[in-house]
Ligand binder design. Structure first.
Ligand SMILES: Cc1cc2nc3c(=O)[nH]c(=O)nc-3n(C[C@H](O)[C@H](O)[C@H](O)COP(=O)(O)OP(=O)(O)OC[C@H]3O[C@@H](n4cnc5c(N)ncnc54)[C@H](O)[C@@H]3O)c2cc1C
Length: 415
């Protein structure tokens, strides 16, 4: 495992950094107005960021997962809110399509998503099914040449700006277990029978748009079934591995920004006759921020390395076996070992980095004192936004149980 980055990666990350600097004032303005920062699409499109880990043949940059996550880390410096747009569009959007979609679906959609013409979202959570997605109530009926979907999703990131979503529904009259009856679908948001309502009054994440999406006899063509019938939860859970990694990588950016902001404030603010930076209790906050950041960083790089190994295995499987979708299950030992490891390490990385980012932003607010008690302050925004990252992409409680059950075994699963 190498931590060296190539010249090419370095150049790309520099481009990401440059665009981040350009969009910063717009993001800050939008945050105060609680509006979506449209400029991120046009600006990041100039460097291909909207398709960073997607194959070149579909207009992406074809970067591996570790490189993509380094870019996400930089985006995290601009806030979880901005970074969440990319996670929803890429990690739990395009990457699902790249991993699970058939060639026809990839050709039909990816060239539009990688260029930002179409934005993606991931719609799993429902008012009565949050940390237990197997209990979703959204239903589908197989009508021979199409499916009919009914139900409601909520809190969907990018929900009101998305053109294409993946969603998950349970078959009416399905005879399998709860989880075996769930299938995944690609749905265009201008389809008949969809209603989208933006969710307001959020306590943070003010530039990313969350929405409630309801399906009223929504007709979905057969060709928009993602994966095989009954593979929905398998697909959703595999997407969450990438979602978690992006949350974790973004959290490193948050901590880096909190550190930079705190250091410059502490070196200029004088109280009791000397700079805050001279006070030992302020230095303790700074040391803890650095420890938070560095401890989380390596967990993410290790998880990203294993996740890339899983992706390499999947790409190989696709090349040698027409029935590849059916081989991406527990019955395939090689796949299931790699998948379980990626799943576990992504849970560890997300749990650690999200808690660390929240703790870090809290310490940064403390260093700033009253100066950080307003939304115009960068660390204040990190504090507000970091509250959400311990809740979404798997609550940290459920992740703890997942981490324990990886060692204890399925029989002892407590969730
Ligand atoms: C800002 C934001 C963005 C989001 N974006 C998306 C999105 O893009 N797509 C999407 O599908 N969803 C999204 N969500 C939804 C998110 O995934 C859910 O909020 C999350 O899964 C938790 O579900 P819940 O809120 O219903 O909480 P609940 O499931 O009701 O849980 C409440 C509390 O109980 C705990 N708990 C539950 N079960 C157990 C257990 N067995 N043992 C111990 N503790 C337990 C939980 O950890 C949590 O602390 C988003 C949420 C937020 C806040």
């Amino acid at each position: 495992m190498s931590f060296e980055i190539s010249r090419k990666q370095e150049r790309f990350l520099k481009e990401v950094d440059e665009i981040c600097k350009i969009i910063r004032p717009f993001e800050e303005e939008c945050y105060l107005k609680e509006t979506f920062n449209k400029k991120i699409i046009s600006e990041f499109n100039k460097i291909g960021m909207l398709g960073c880990p997607i194959a070149r043949k579909y207009g992406g940059l074809g970067y591996d997962i570790p490189t993509y996550l380094l870019a996400i880390e930089r985006l995290g410096e601009e806030g979880n809110s901005l970074r969440t747009f990319f996670s929803a569009h890429i990690s739990i959007g395009e990457m699902i399509l790249q991993t699970w979609g058939n060639q026809e679906q990839q050709k039909r959609y990816l060239p539009y998503t990688t260029t930002g013409k179409n934005i993606m979202a991931f719609a799993l959570t429902e008012p009565t099914a949050g940390s237990d997605p197997s209990s979703i109530a959204t239903s589908f009926e197989d009508r021979g040449d199409h499916f009919v979907i009914n139900g409601k999703k909520h809190w969907i990131g990018n929900g009101s700006v998305a053109d294409l979503i993946t969603t998950y529904a349970k078959e009416i009259g399905g005879t399998g277990s709860n989880s075996k009856n769930i299938s995944a679908f690609l749905i265009e948001t201008d389809s008949r029978g969809i209603r989208i309502r933006e969710m307001k009054n959020k306590i943070g994440m003010l530039t990313v748009k969350n929405a409630e999406i309801s399906f009223h006899n929504c007709i979905v063509p057969k060709k928009n079934l993602l994966g095989q019938k009954g593979q929905g939860l398998n697909i959703a859970y595999s997407a969450l591995i990438d979602g978690r990694l992006s949350v974790a990588a973004g959290a490193i950016g948050v901590m880096k920004d909190c550190l930079n902001e705190s250091v410059s404030h502490a070196k200029t603010r004088v109280q009791h006759g000397s700079f805050l930076a001279k006070k030992q209790l302020i230095q303790r906050h700074i040391a803890k921020i650095i420890l938070n950041m560095e401890r989380s960083r390596w967990l993410i790089y290790r998880a990203a390395f294993i996740r890339q190994k899983l992706q390499n295995y999947i790409e190989g499987l696709k090349m040698r076996d027409d029935r590849w979708q059916l081989k991406m299950t527990r019955n395939n030992r090689e796949y299931s070992v790699l998948r379980a490891e990626a799943d576990n390490l992504s849970a560890i990385a997300k749990f650690s980095a999200s808690n660390a980012a929240f703790n870090t932003s809290d310490r940064a607010v403390q260093i700033f004192g009253s100066f950080a008690y307003k939304k115009t302050n960068r660390v204040a925004r990190h504090f507000l936004d970091s509250r959400a990252i311990t809740i979404y992409e798997g609550t940290n409680e459920v992740l703890e149980l997942k981490i324990a059950s990886h060692v204890l075994g399925e029989r002892f699963r407590a969730y």
